[in-house]
Design a protein around this ligand. Structure first.
Ligand code: RB5
Length: 144
């Protein structure tokens, strides 16, 4: 059976949104894997990004969501793992296009830069948009 788990991670800058998104997803029936961080103490985002990237790359999770202050560090770090296509999104059009055209498998957001309502709408859009395939698959193959 296909694995539908969503792996989530954050640093101290994304702590509040990660917890809100986990609740939002669990209320909708998604299974989640929370790799931390679990307190608001300062920590290093690359360690968290690598954990989520590994879960997605090994297919232990279907997709991942990473939150830090800006979303930038998480996206840079996650994209170092082979097979990961992490997209930093600040609005829903990018979230939709990152799925349709780029088959993004990790969503990154910045808690210090976007409002909570927008963050949840981005999550909803991102999870409910399918990859278009076709010419886009060829381009993804070129990335790999
Ligand atoms: C932490 O202060 C901050 O640098 C981090 O959350 C993130 O924005 C890095 O890209």
């Amino acid at each position: 059976m296909e694995n539908k788990k969503i792996a989530l991670g954050c640093d101290h800058g994304g702590f509040n949104y990660k917890n809100k998104i986990i609740k939002y997803l669990e209320d909708k029936g998604y299974e989640t894997i929370d790799v931390g961080t679990y307190t608001q103490e300062s920590c290093d985002y690359p360690e968290i990004a690598h954990k989520v990237a590994k879960l997605v790359a090994t297919k232990e999770a279907e997709k991942g969501i990473l939150i830090c202050g800006s979303g930038i560090g998480m996206s840079i770090a996650a994209n170092k793992t082979k097979g990961i296509r992490a997209a930093l999104c600040t609005e829903t059009t990018s979230a939709r296009l990152s799925r349709e055209h780029n088959n993004s498998n990790i969503l990154c957001m910045g808690e210090r830069l976007i409002g909570e309502t927008m963050a949840l709408e981005i999550v909803e859009t991102w999870l409910n948009t399918e990859f278009s395939g076709g010419r886009h698959q060829h381009r993804i193959d070129l990335i790999e």
